[in-house]
Design a protein around this ligand. Structure first.
Ligand SMILES: C[S@@+](CC[C@H](N)C(=O)[O-])C[C@H]1O[C@@H](n2cnc3c(N)ncnc32)[C@H](O)[C@@H]1O
Length: 277
């Protein structure tokens, strides 16, 4: 019996059954995390099939490596941003994929492991990086950015209507040397928001800062744009999105790529010969 993993995969059957069109194929799990989807994929692939797994989170990859080591088959894992998958595939000499999976956002383990700084439920250093070895932490960002820009982040990625006041409260706290921990960020929000709406506002502000410092939405746009170029004919892309900002990007991508004509509206006849991907 497998131990209960730190993250339970969502939409497991739904995504895997749609993704796997050829059990001898090459698949990319671009957010392999704790390997929930990957394990199910590996169980189904034949020895000729192959899985490539990426994740920014080295802790998740370590767990995933152990989890998959007990299973027969060919797989390789990389501590990489999924926006870098084309250069990785080039290095590996792979030119087409049978399927690509994106299970977007954060894992429950990242949120529940207090010390990563993703959660307002436990006090920790304000980090929030999926890869704690790369990029700038939430603490660095909030201590070096002006209120207008922080406000824009909270509005754009958190859709929080008190964004201006919260941003000023964060900057005030930073000036006093009090913007280093999750609880200090929580206090800055608490000082502005009506207690009745506090939990929702906290979730929105923490989500916004996390999306900003991990550059999540740009990475999704970039990787999706590349993904259709790397898919073999008949291949599939499965995307599991969590919040409306991701969802919008994903739907727009599929809508655009499903179009059979991309000519400007004013053209009387189609000259583009676009084939939906
Ligand atoms: C919802 S979890 C995936 C869970 C996984 N499907 C499983 O079954 O365990 C999302 C994962 O995506 C990773 N992630 C987020 N953005 C990423 C990016 N740009 N490149 C690579 N991994 C990313 C996170 O570190 C997290 O482990």
């Amino acid at each position: 019996m497998e131990e209960i993993p730190p993250h339970l995969p969502v939409l497991l059957e739904e995504s895997i059954s749609q993704l796997l069109t050829d059990l001898n194929g090459i698949y990319l799990d671009s957010t392999i995390g704790f390997g929930g989807h990957a394990f199910a994929i590996m169980e189904k692939l034949t020895p000729a099939g192959k899985l490539i797994g990426l994740d920014l989170d080295p802790y998740a990859l370590e767990y995933c490596q152990k989890r998959l080591s007990g299973i027969q088959g060919s797989y390789s894992l990389y501590n990489k941003n999924f926006r870098e998958f084309p250069s990785l595939l080039q290095k590996l000499g792979i030119n087409k994929l049978t399927g690509i999976l994106f299970d977007l956002g954060s894992s429950s383990s990242q949120i529940n492991t207090g010390h990563r700084g993703f959660s307002f439920q436990s006090d920790a250093s304000l980090d929030m990086r999926f890869n704690p070895e790369a990029g700038i932490s939430a603490k660095q960002y909030l201590n070096t950015t002006d209120a207008d820009e922080i406000g824009e982040t909270i509005y754009k990625y958190g859709e929080e209507r008190n964004y201006r006041k919260i941003a000023h409260s964060i900057c005030e706290a930073a000036k006093r040397g009090k913007m280093n921990t999750t609880f200090e960020l929580k206090q800055a929000v608490e000082s502005i928001v009506n207690p009745r709406f506090l939990n929702k506002s906290l979730a929105r502000v923490f989500q916004a800062v996390r999306i900003k410092i991990n550059d999540e939405l740009e990475a999704i746009k970039q990787a999706l744009t590349e993904s259709s170029k790397w898919l073999k004919s008949g291949g599939r892309i499965a995307v599991i999105s969590f919040h409306s900002l991701e969802d919008r990007i994903v739907k727009r991508f599929f809508r655009h790529n499903a179009r059979s004509c991309v000519c400007p509206r004013e053209y009387p006849v189609c000259v583009c010969d676009t084939i939906p991907t």
